[in-house]
Write a protein that binds this ligand. Structure first.
Ligand code: SAH
Length: 221
């Protein structure tokens, strides 16, 4: 039963997913490991059943509490940007949301710590990741603006909500030799995706293009 649900039918079937993969390829996603995850992670299980027929459209969708599941292209682009430059052992994600980005990334790195500030969302994400048999993720209900110090330093940090400026606490939790932060920064309507790579006390900034994320909000809800 679970297998049939994961495999999907009609608008959630393998054929529909393949169309999404093709579209992401056309838009420049090249990493086959990432495309494979887009193909295999059942995105329809991460949204409300009423929206499942739209789960393989390349668009963000509401997940309640004023939040969204990220657009597949953006999840793929961020994952690709994280993976460029070598193996990742210890990754922090800020903004678990429904857990889709977490699920896409999980088998491509050794360990993910993920933080979310809305309790019902992280509870649901926990159930879904368990249902999918994903075991290398630890989740925490907390404000991720300050990172998660217990498990730092991180080879990579991915932030899936946009602050106005890069939080200093996150930079401090990057591994000094090549740790990288993928983060959307800026006000609504004018956000830019950045990759910041740490070399000791130097932080190299690269711009990866315009994006649209919900805001990173301090504190918990
Ligand atoms: N990663 C999700 C996208 C989630 S949307 C996906 O794969 O689709 C962004 C999430 O960031 C929301 O759930 C929001 O509640 C959360 N968020 C915003 N500010 C936060 C903060 N300071 N700490 C942790 N999570 C935060």
């Amino acid at each position: 039963m679970a297998d049939a649900r994961h495999a999907g039918i009609g608008m959630t079937s393998a054929r529909t997913r393949e169309r999404l993969v093709l579209r992401l390829r056309e838009q420049g996603i090249k990493d086959e490991r990432v495309l494979d995850r887009v193909r295999n992670v059942p995105r329809h299980l991460f949204v409300d059943e009423a929206l499942s027929s739209r789960a393989y459209e390349d668009t963000a969708l509401p997940i309640g509490f004023g939040q969204t599941i990220s657009q597949p292209y953006v999840v793929a682009r961020m994952t690709e940007a994280l993976l460029e430059g070598g193996e990742l052992f210890n990754v922090l994600e800020v903004g678990t949301g429904c857990g889709y980005q977490t699920a896409v990334l999980s088998p491509l790195v050794a360990r993910i710590s993920s933080v979310e500030r809305i309790k019902p969302l992280i509870d649901r994400a926990r159930d879904r990741l368990k249902e999918l048999g994903i075991k290398n993720v630890r989740l925490r209900y907390a404000d991720g603006t300050v990172g998660w110090k217990t498990h730092a330093p991180y080879d990579a940090i991915v932030v899936t909500a946009a602050p106005l400026v890069v939080p200093q606490g996150l930079l401090a939790q990057l591994a000094p030799k090549g740790g990288r932060l993928i983060i959307p920064v800026g006000p609504d309507g004018a956000q830019e995706l950045l990759r910041i790579t740490r070399r000791d006390e130097h932080f190299l900034r690269e711009k990866l293009g315009g994006v649209s994320f919900v805001p990173l909000v301090g504190g918990t809800a």
